[in-house]
Design a protein around this ligand. Structure first.
Ligand code: AHR
Length: 595
């Protein structure tokens, strides 16, 4: 091929915010991930039984229940009550398994803290240890003076051995009732030395990506399945023991230890702009009636004041009390996640009017093209095959330059790439070149999702994989890093002369759902053994449209589904499948177009 670069004819400036990151608490990215807390279910709020805790001892003497009768905090009512009958010397042992083990390092320091009270057991002296699987204690501390009132206890534990899968064990000797709550263990070494902060190795991975911005906290996590489980930022600030512990749509519980304030702090430490996505009164299954929307719009205004208001403003003073008197300078707010249709348009207009009036400097990002009020930026999401991304490299060449800017807020190769591979990364790279070439219209982008704890893979693939002590980036991580590290100032026109090459996908996927069986051939003849690439634009009332694609094998003139297709299943699963309409295109490999 001949490539001619016209360096003498600079095009448009490249958007300085083109490459950011998308942080969602999915796949245990926050709890069990970058948030360095080592105890799982520390405040016993996860369930009516003590999940992730084991209570052992003489069965006749030991009883353990979750108790709400005298909570340490009215916001987190549950605590663990252990009753130890008299007449025996064997201890009761209360152990926490952590997030698939508690990793400890010889000589490192760990801050243990908990709340406790006793009744009828004033001489009880709990011993707290870090313990290996053969029962060896790596560090122990004894606590005396427990009282009938809730009291906070803490100490530093320094293990004398390294073990990636230790556990925390609390031994109780004597008799009486003991209540435990907010049992927490934090490595003293956190990223940038922030107490209760982030795992340094994972935060360093984010810093490697040099993100221009961080979109948080999601994703579907913003929406929740129903409004009860929607993300509400006000419940995630202040004393961690007062924050709401909440069921996360990705199938685990969130402590909100990494709360709104900590996300902002993380952005500041990464030197990245915060981009906050606020719930717009819409969850996956419920929509807040218009006459009840004031509270949600107020949440948005208060979030902006929390970030940007002076330290003596109502919410600015809360920020100052939480340790950050200076403003965080929030510039970007996205209204909702993957919401659409008339309910979204109506609600977007409410947020638009209130925010424009009170905070005109905020860049407003919408989920879909808006109809009633303008948006500065529109967010587009793509999960698809490597071939789709190659084909979409020219997608933005013809976008309207007078319309809103585009934020490609979520994209990744998800079909036929295993847990991430070079083929997927190359597909994304081709697409990213198209975004960069058109970054006069594509102002921002972020790969999704960012993290996966390999013990809880709720979505695949993910940019950074980790367990309790290790992490690695998939090939896409190195593409993201390469592009962010080499962001140019301006585009230059490039001519490429080369022979066309047919790229066949290695595996393939076809869609699921009755609509496929109703599709008919028009201009394309297929015979046994042919392979057909297809792509479709899906649209439905709620979330605008998504583009999907895959491959069919043809057996005896009929389409045979060879693979259910992860991407299609995700699309089908999350919203009302029957609401979709399709515009379907197919191409026989090396042959004609059809449908
Ligand atoms: O990135 C995973 C999920 O994909 C996000 O939560 C959601 O916005 C999208 O559907």
């Amino acid at each position: 091929p001949t490539i001619t670069v016209h360096a003498d004819r600079p095009g448009h400036p490249v958007s300085p915010t083109l490459y950011g990151i998308f942080f969602e608490d999915i796949n245990c990215s926050a709890d069990g991930g970058i948030y360095a807390e080592l105890v799982r279910n520390r405040s016993f709020e996860d369930a009516a039984k003590p999940e992730h805790w084991t209570i052992s001892g003489d069965e006749k003497r030991v009883k353990a229940v979750i108790d709400e009768s005298r909570p340490a905090s009215p916001k987190n009512r549950r605590s663990l009550k252990v009753s130890l009958g008299g007449g025996g010397l064997t201890p009761a042992t209360v152990s926490n398994e952590g997030f698939w083990g508690i990793p400890v390092k010889e000589g490192a320091s760990y801050r243990l803290s908990f709340l406790a009270r006793v009744e009828g057991g004033l001489r009880m002296t709990p011993a707290v240890s870090l313990v290996g699987d053969k029962g060896r204690a790596y560090a122990t501390e004894r606590f005396v003076g427990l009282t009938p009132e809730w009291k906070a206890y803490s100490c530093t534990l320094r293990p004398n051995a390294t073990d990636p899968k230790a556990h925390l064990s609390i031994q109780l000797v004597g008799s009486g009732d003991v209540w435990l709550d907010m049992v927490s263990l934090f490595p003293e070494e956190t990223w940038k030395g922030r107490p209760g902060g982030l795992r340094p190795d994972l935060a360093d991975r984010l810093a490697e990506l040099r993100p221009a911005f961080v979109r948080f906290p999601g994703g579907c996590w913003v929406e929740g399945d129903t409004m009860k489980f929607a993300y509400r930022w006000k419940e995630t600030i202040g004393d961690p023991s007062e924050r709401r512990t909440q069921y996360n749509i990705w199938n685990y519980h969130a402590t909100h230890g990494l709360g709104f304030h900590e996300y902002l702090q993380m952005c500041e430490d990464l030197k990245a702009e915060p981009l906050f996505v606020i719930n717009c009164g819409m969850s996956h299954r419920e929509v807040v009636p218009m006459d009840k929307m004031a509270e949600f719009v107020q949440d948005a205004l208060d979030a902006i004041e929390y970030c940007n208001g002076p330290a003596d403003s109502a919410w600015g003073s809360v920020r100052a009390r939480n340790g950050h008197p200076a403003p965080f300078h929030l510039k970007y707010m996205e209204i909702g996640n993957e919401n659409g249709g008339p309910p979204y348009q109506e609600r977007y207009a409410l947020f638009h009017d209130a925010i424009r009036k009170a905070h005109p400097g905020i860049t407003l990002i919408a989920n879909v093209p808006t109809e009633k009020r303008p948006a500065d930026v529109v967010d587009e999401h793509y999960y698809n095959t490597p071939e789709f991304f190659l084909q979409q490299a020219n997608r933005y060449d013809d976008y309207d330059r007078k319309g809103p800017k585009i934020y490609v807020g979520e994209y990744a190769t998800t079909v036929g790439v295993g847990q991430g591979n070079l083929r997927g990364a190359v597909g994304e790279a081709a697409f990213m070149l198209g975004m960069e070439r058109n970054s006069d219209v594509v102002a921002m982008s972020s790969y999704a999702p960012l993290f996966v704890n390999v013990n809880h893979r709720g979505w695949n693939p993910d940019l950074i994989n980790f367990d309790a002590v290790r992490s690695y980036g998939i090939p896409s991580f190195y593409v993201q890093k390469l592009f962010a590290e080499n962001l140019g100032d301006a585009t230059v026109p490039v001519d490429v002369q080369a022979d066309a090459v047919e790229v066949a996908p290695p595996g393939g996927a076809v869609g699921v759902g009755t609509w496929l069986t109703r599709a008919e051939f028009k201009d394309m003849k297929v015979t046994r053994g042919d392979e057909v690439l297809w792509s479709a634009d899906l649209s439905h009332g709620l979330s605008g449209w998504k583009a999907v694609s895959g491959r069919w094998d043809v057996a005896g003139g009929a389409l045979r589904q060879t693979d259910p297709g992860e991407n299609m299943r995700a699309v089908a699963g999350d919203k009302n499948w029957t609401d979709y309409t399709f515009s379907l295109k197919a191409r026989k490999l090396g042959g004609a177009e059809g449908f």
